[in-house]
Design a protein around this ligand. Structure first.
Ligand code: ADP
Length: 654
């Protein structure tokens, strides 16, 4: 009984989760059953106290004011009760006061228990889900949008919390109310109880139908509001393009259109909703009128109409009327509770599905830590594909310890992919990558990544101080080491010129640094980590010549005595490499030193020619191939952004 969420990107995960709610309670509820128990017991007791005053009022009317009935309570022996009317009166007042005060206390305890339970569970689930998500391999992240994952971590987890808190709480309240009231009514007068309770199933069916009816309408509202938000976000982000291409009118129309859809969807839902409550009132009112008519006639005439034999005392009648009023509105929540349950079910299924997702990178149970001695790295007949198409097809190359190996080749050749395999962002399909003769799939992932530094063109900084960003991953470095690393990375000078020096906040909400500065911070981070093996992924793109020189100088220091793999589009930066491997279409085309490759006059020589500006002298075949590649990328419609592993299409919803 789950609601299929429209366009659920986690459908696959959701579908294979059996019994998510049982797992929620067994896995997470079990450990916190203490607070859960407190919540349940307090809920039940609080509701029972709530039921006392109407009953007492009825008894008081009959026994004390009208002197028509016995002064007796359900479940309490009569000999415990006073016989003097005045004492009886004060006893009633006392119990009513007690039930209010006790009720207030119990409500507090109940809220404390439920909230505590819900918060604990949500906290544990969120951290566990995050943990599990972090371990997934990169394929998962490139398939799913970050927003979708955020939505599981926040919306789905919050929805569970709401259900645990409000939904379950209301369910208990509703259960206790309906059962408790039904029991009391039957105890007082079974025949009239049947009349008073007659609307209950009707109301249940009515509210359930309402929820069934309104759910798809709410889904439509959610989807249209999503469209409005994406459109607005998109337009505000692209405001410069809108202004320069003079398309304000066009965009205003598009916003009006999606906003209009939202209006319609919302109105559709509102219409259904505003019909529901009057309908409920009519049902409840009919039930009330029926109880009042039959009960009233009965009190009036001494003996009831039709089969309503026996007597009905005025006080009982009062209690009846008060009780029937009591369960109508909680019943209106019946549909709501079912709805909450269904949505929590879907959320729990998504969350547990995600937790069960295979991490992708399997570590052998007997994996030992990698010990790097020389730093020799060897790719041996490596084949790899993201989906069907082979990106690397039987690739072999290697670097001796301390050497620098440059990977060059056209965009999409598989250079970044090859180096991501070394980091075990993905696992090879066949072949092996070895570090000092140790297959990297036989060692622990942590020890492998510890030995490798990765400096990419995507210089992501965390929101935090400059120092924190440099020590990220090393953490325990002292100031001296940080400054030394920053100096070697040619970053110390600009850092000291920042408002707070090494304590300046950078990253998303901090001081904006230029691309070259960010890059040097990343280099400083790698310096500090001092790994045996280094990967530079197009580390010097996007900066001016002067900065490039600074970066190059710092890189030379960084790469000096460690095995280094470089990917650079600017061949001038790699011509001093000990060895250059030219990749094209997932295969090694050429290898050798800069001089060797120029002499052999192949793909490398052509690429070198392009960069030297000798476009006119290029072999016809080279130009043809480049054109073909360009056309392919356009047909595919989505080129991959190699650094982020995400499609490089900017505008997601056009
Ligand atoms: P290079 O670094 O040589 O430019 P990449 O290794 O980034 O090449 O990409 C090689 C091929 O793999 C390209 O065709 C690219 O579209 C594809 N690719 C890269 N990343 C992914 C990914 N995460 N999922 C699917 N295909 C990808």
């Amino acid at each position: 009984m789950e609601v299929p969420d429209e366009d659920d990107p986690f459908e696959e995960q959701r579908d294979r989760t059996a019994n998510p709610m049982r797992r929620l309670f067994a896995g997470y509820g079990q450990e916190r059953r203490g607070v859960f128990g407190i919540g349940v017991v307090a809920s039940i007791l609080a509701r029972m106290l709530d039921l006392l005053p109407p009953l007492l009022l009825g008894i008081a009317v009959d026994a004390i004011f009208l002197d028509e009935g016995p002064f007796s309570f359900p479940l309490v022996p009569d000999r415990w009760l006073p016989t003097d009317p005045e004492q009886q009166f004060w006893l009633i007042i006392g119990i009513v006061l007690f039930s209010f005060l006790g009720g207030a206390t119990l409500h507090w305890v109940r809220n404390w228990g439920w909230n505590r339970f819900a918060q604990h569970v949500q906290h544990a689930i969120r951290t566990d889900t995050y943990d599990a998500m972090q371990r997934l391999n990169m394929t998962f992240f490139s398939d799913k949008q970050t927003g979708e994952m955020m939505s599981v971590l926040s919306n789905d987890v919050n929805r569970l919390e709401r259900f645990l808190n409000d939904g379950l709480n209301s369910a208990f309240r509703l259960g206790v109310m309906v059962v408790g009231i039904a029991a009391l009514l039957f105890w007082m007068n079974p025949q009239l109880a049947v009349v008073a309770l007659a609307p209950v199933p009707l109301i249940a069916v009515f509210t359930y139908r309402f929820v069934e009816n309104i759910q798809p309408k709410y889904a439509e509202v959610r989807s249209t509001v999503g469209q409005v938000n994406s459109r607005l976000e998109n337009n505000l982000g692209g405001i410069q393009v809108i202004k320069t291409s003079n398309t304000e009118g066009y965009e205003a129309d598009r916003v009006e259109e999606v906003s209009g859809d939202y209006f319609d969807a919302n109105w559709n839902a509102i219409e259904t909703r505003i019909r529901f409550f009057p309908g409920l009132r009519v049902l409840a009112g009919l039930g009330f009128a029926l109880t009042f008519t039959i009960g009233g006639l009965w009190v009036f005439q001494g003996a009831g109409p039709w089969f309503f034999t026996g007597t009905l005392r005025p006080g009982e009648f009062v209690s009846f009327i008060l009780y029937t009023q009591r369960f109508i509105w909680p019943m209106a929540q019946f549909g709501q509770i079912i709805n909450m349950y269904q949505r929590a079910y879907a959320s729990a299924a998504r969350i547990f599905g995600l937790m069960d997702e295979n991490a992708g990178i399997d570590e052998r149970t007997d994996a030992a830590d990698l010990v790097v001695t020389e730093g020799r790295v060897e790719y041996d007949d490596v084949t790899f594909s993201y989906d069907e198409e082979a990106i690397l097809d039987g690739v072999s190359f290697g670097a001796e310890g301390g050497d620098t190996l440059a990977l060059v080749g056209p965009t999409g050749a598989g250079k970044s992919t090859a180096l991501k395999l070394l980091l075990r962002m993905y696992d090879v399909d066949s072949g092996a990558i070895r570090v000092d003769n140790e297959d990297i799939s036989d060692v622990t992932v942590t020890s492998l990544r510890d030995a490798i530094g990765y400096v990419s063109q995507e210089t992501f900084l965390f929101y935090g101080t400059v120092r924190e960003n440099i020590t990220y991953g090393t953490f325990d470095a002292d100031d001296e080491a940080v400054i030394e690393a920053a100096t070697a990375a040619e970053a110390h000078e600009f850092i000291t010129n920042l408002p707070d020096g090494y304590d300046t906040m950078v990253g998303e909400r901090g001081v904006k640094l230029s691309g070259g500065q960010r890059q040097r911070l990343t280099i400083a981070r790698a310096m500090l980590k001092d790994p045996e093996i280094l990967i530079l992924d197009e580390a010097t793109s996007d900066v001016d010549t002067e900065t490039e020189m600074l970066i190059q100088r710092s890189l030379d220091r960084l790469t000096a005595d460690r095995t280094t793999f470089v990917i650079a589009h600017r061949l001038s930066t790699v011509k001093d490499a000990d060895r250059i491997v030219v990749l094209d279409d997932g295969r090694v085309r050429e290898r050798g030193t800069h001089e060797d490759l120029l002499a052999s006059d192949g793909l490398y020589a052509s690429l070198w020619g392009v960069q030297a500006g000798e476009i006119d002298d290029l072999p016809e075949e080279f130009v043809e191939r480049a054109t073909r590649r360009g056309a392919k990328a356009e047909v595919d419609g989505e080129e991959y952004d190699a650094a982020s592993g995400r499609p490089a299409v900017g505008d997601g919803d056009d």
